[in-house]
Design a protein around this ligand. Structure first.
Ligand code: TTP
Ligand code: CA
Length: 364
């Protein structure tokens, strides 16, 4: 590969919300699983958030009304579940931390997608690249029991499309010299950024595949779509994308749990809170991170949400410090409120890299 060629991996977790539910309840695995956003109107009013691949075989799709999904699955033993964003957020956070460990530069794109610049890790070598991608998939499967689809290519755009190419549990590696032949036969609607409306316009222009689009002169596309989009479509169809993987640190780590019973007992609440502190601490250590802000979140018996936090004088990744601060915040908080606590959570924020920080000892 040429000196300046980049190697980008795009990771997309398969049927994410539904797969999280399967992981929590393995009995769901061989059934259609439909995760729903139920509306406030009650009953089956609302839309499908996502569905596992078994449900998709019956025609169930994201965005579809729940009643329609039920019709498609009539007479089938299917599982309909409400979204549990807290669960998906927690699993996503853990997976993103695993992936971060594989990247020279890491960019989380959404709750279940990330772009990794792995140029150096892969030593600019295609065989090493494939090994690395397989290891990533294996670690996510073994540690988090979830499958994902990975695309590897010389840039973010082609890597994303490569991840979509074989789903679920896929791995598609597109070498620099294969970019054109990979993109050309794809239906135009599969080019990133081409929605239903654009697809229709393109079809009217006689453009059926990405290859058809690649052959059009950029000036012609600018005339139809305007400068910005016209140039984008021209470049994208030709597999050109220079945008770098933009490193963004995790901004916070949080954990929350429901107490066995609603209570105002400091010791009882703190017992659960300590366990959450351990989890958060473990994640800080795994991510080689420190935090400058520790806070607690409480959901009260009337479902109102309260939070308290403290900014620390020194960045920390010590469990005892996190626990101490949480305990003090909780004690103070219980004095200020008269309600019982239903759920309790901990959040650490203002994160930084541990290696770049000095420990408290260095300041003494
Ligand atoms: P996607 O990655 O688009 O879909 P997916 O992970 O469910 O399935 P695939 O195997 O095809 O990648 O979206 C990620 C999550 O975002 C999805 O699990 C649920 C949520 N989501 C919605 O809530 N509504 C939607 O319309 C879509 C598309 C996704
Ligand atoms: Ca996905």
């Amino acid at each position: 590969m040429a000196e300046r060629t980049r190697i980008i991996a795009h990771v997309d977790l398969d049927y994410f919300y539904a797969q999280c539910e399967e992981r929590e309840n393995p009995a769901y695995r061989d059934k259609p699983v439909v995760v729903c956003v139920y509306s406030a109107r009650g009953g089956d009013s609302g839309a499908v958030s996502t569905a596992n691949y078994i449900a998709r075989k019956f025609g169930v799709r994201a965005g579809m009304p729940i009643v329609q999904a039920k019709r498609l699955l009539k007479g089938v033993e299917a599982v309909f579940l409400p979204v549990n964003r807290e669960l998906y957020g927690r699993i996503s956070g853990e997976i993103m931390e695993i992936l971060r460990g594989y990247a020279d530069r890491f960019e989380q794109k959404s709750i279940d997608e990330a772009s990794l610049d792995i140029t150096e890790r892969a030593e600019r070598d295609c065989t090493r690249t494939k090994e690395l991608a397989l290891r990533m998939k294996k670690e996510i499967l073994e540690r988090e029991r979830l499958t994902c689809s990975v695309g590897v290519a010389p840039n973010k755009l082609v890597a994303k499309m490569a991840a979509d190419f074989q789903k679920p549990n896929g791995l598609t590696v597109v070498k620099p010299e294969e970019v054109k032949s990979f993109l050309s036969p794809l239906p135009i609607g599969e080019l990133y950024g081409v929605g239903r409306k654009t697809e229709k316009v393109m079809s009217e222009l006689g453009l059926k595949t990405v290859g058809d689009l690649a052959e059009r002169r950029v000036e012609d596309l600018v005339r139809v779509f305007g400068r910005k989009l016209g140039v984008y479509f021209h470049n994208a169809a030709n597999g050109i994308d220079e945008t770098p993987v933009q490193e963004r640190e995790a901004v916070q780590i949080s954990r929350i749990t429901t107490l066995k019973r609603n209570t105002r007992d400091l010791e009882e609440i703190f017992r659960d809170l300590s366990e959450l502190c351990k989890d958060v601490h473990e994640r800080l250590v795994r991510g080689n991170l420190t935090s400058c802000s520790v806070g607690i979140v409480a959901v009260m018996e009337n479902m109102s949400i309260q939070s308290r936090s403290r900014t620390l004088d020194f960045p920390t990744n010590e469990l005892e410090t996190i626990k101490e601060v949480c305990c003090e915040l909780l004690e103070q908080f219980l004095k200020e409120s008269t309600l019982k606590v239903r759920r309790i959570g901990v959040r650490v924020a203002n994160l930084g890299k541990a290696s770049a920080q000095k420990s408290l000892e260095d300041f003494r």
